[in-house]
Structure formats: structure tokens, C-alpha cells
Design a protein around this ligand. Structure first.
Ligand code: APR
Length: 235
């Protein structure tokens, strides 16, 4: 039976692993260290208060890096699914890069924010941003020198959770791609979806921390697994 006859609404959660083959470092790969700091010690409001230059340098480097990278076959395959899938579909990404959009996907929600936005903590306006923040440039909206990366740090609330839970409640299939399942609330989505009767599938290089919670796990590089799964779905 074709997938479309059984499944109508899909939620796809993506993590750093889907961008790994584009050359963007994952968080917990390679020791998860940056200049001897644990990423968890850089990506927090406390770290920003204590040592803003360190935190801004880290994000400036990553913002610059993503602009030199290209989407890979996994991003393109999801964009194709988004374009051709007749039911509801939502790509919930923990990634702050723009590779889903550059591959052409439209139904994308950035729950952890976006590298290419700066957020003014003075006037609360978000502006698109490609350059550095280390030099404390003024906010384009109010002029205050109070811009920070528009990225959700540990201890902060991810964005648009109501929309995500509404999509999870209505989905028949939940697919997790390239995420270690180490960070909540995203790591809990599989349990929520499964409890509500959705079929759950993991596509990851290795078994993630939440692997046992999925109906099925396919192990391998996203650049191979995702196009193959999308082809199955669109059969
Ligand atoms: N294909 C598929 N999966 C891959 C690939 C690949 N080519 N390369 C790595 N992976 C897998 C790893 O095995 C790992 O399970 O991707 C996962 C990446 O995990 P993390 O580095 O922990 O990234 P992620 O799950 O996105 O992190 C979640 O943590 O630091 C915070 O806010 C940050 O959004 C991030 C969140």
C-alpha cells in the first residue's frame, strides 16, 4: 500500500546531523568542545552575561561558516517532500542554519532560532543579520547596541512550542533525522507523538539516546537515508 494511503500528516524533527554532510559541525561530535569550552558552557544566558565576547565570537564564527556551506541531498529530499506531499507537513528544526530554506523547503519552523537573525534585547525587534556581532553594532530598528544572536540558549524557552505540539497532536507519522535526542523538549517529541498513535521513525548515523522510543531506526548518513525514505513516501 502506498504511504499516502496510510499517512496524511507528517512532523519531521531535524538536528545537527542533517547538516553534517554539508560540513557544519554537530554539537556533540568531535568531543563537543570549542576552544576548550564545552558548548553547553557557551550557549547559555549566564555565559553571555559573564563573558559576552567569548559567546559573540563563537556565534560570529558559526554565522560566517554556515554562509559558505551548501544544502546536501538530505535537505533537498525534504524540500521535495514538502513540495509534493499533499497532507500536512512540518519540518521542525533544531538547527539555526538556513540550509532547509536554501534547499527550497517552505514549511520549516526554527525552534532554536536562526543564525541569520540578530535580536535586540532593548527593543525586542529581530533583524536579518549576516555580519559579526562582536563589534556591538547598533540595532537597525532602535540604534541600541544591544544585539545578541537570535538563538535559543540552554535554559531558554524554544520558540513556537504551541504550533509544534498542535502539529504533533495531528500527525500520523513522526520522523527524527540527525539528532542525538539529548536536548529537551525536542527529545520528548517522539514519546508524545507515539503516545498519540503516530508511527515513529528515526534516521540517524548511530542509535540516538532516545532510539528505543521509535518504532523503527534506520542507521546511516542522512544524505543517503533521507532521499531513500522520501522516495518511499512519494511512491
Ligand atoms: N547523518 C545522520 N546523522 C548524523 C550524521 C549524518 N551524516 N552525522 C552525525 N549524525 C548524528 C549524530 O550521530 C548525532 O546523533 O546527528 C546527531 C547530532 O547530535 P547533536 O550534535 O547532539 O545535535 P542536535 O541533536 O541537533 O543537538 C540538539 O543541542 O546544543 C544544542 O541547541 C543545540 O540544537 C542543538 C541541540
Amino acid at each position: 500500500m502506498a504511504a499516502m494511503d496510510r499517512i496524511r500528516n507528517i512532523v519531521i524533527l531535524t538536528g545537527a546531523g542533517i547538516s553534517a554532510e554539508s560540513g557544519i559541525d554537530t554539537f556533540r561530535g568531535g568531543g563537543g568542545l570549542w576552544e576548550q569550552h564545552r558548548v553547553e558552557d557557551v550557549a547559555t544566558p549566564e555565559a553571555f552575561a559573564r563573558d559576552p565576547e567569548l559567546v559573540l565570537r563563537f556565534y560570529d564564527m558559526r554565522r560566517e561558516a554556515i554562509q559558505t556551506k551548501q544544502p546536501n541531498p538530505a535537505h533537498f529530499a525534504l524540500a521535495r517532500l514538502d513540495a509534493e506531499w499533499p497532507g500536512e507537513l512540518l519540518i521542525v528544526t533544531q538547527n539555526v542554519d538556513d540550509l532547509h530554506e536554501r534547499a527550497g523547503a517552505k514549511r520549516v519552523l526554527h525552534m532554536h532560532g536562526e543564525h541569520l537573525n540578530a535580536w535586540c534585547t532593548w527593543c525586542d525587534v529581530r533583524s536579518s543579520w549576516r555580519g559579526p556581532l562582536l563589534n556591538r553594532p547598533p540595532c537597525p530598528a532602535c540604534g541600541a547596541r544591544a544585539l545578541r544572536p537570535d538563538v535559543v540558549w540552554f535554559g531558554e524557552m524554544p520558540y513556537r512550542m504551541d504550533e509544534i505540539y498542535a502539529a504533533l497532536r495531528g500527525c500520523d507519522m513522526f520522523v527524527s533525522i540527525g539528532t542525538s535526542g539529548a536536548v529537551y523538549p525536542a527529545a520528548g517529541f517522539v514519546g508524545d507523538a507515539r503516545e498519540l498513535g503516530a508511527r515513529t521513525l528515526e534516521l540517524n548515523l548511530e542509535r540516538s539516546e532516545g532510539s528505543a522510543g521509535f518504532d523503527e531506526s534506520r542507521l546511516g548518513p542522512a544524505g543517503e537515508l533521507v532521499p531513500a525514505w522520501v522516495a518511499e513516501m512519494l511512491l
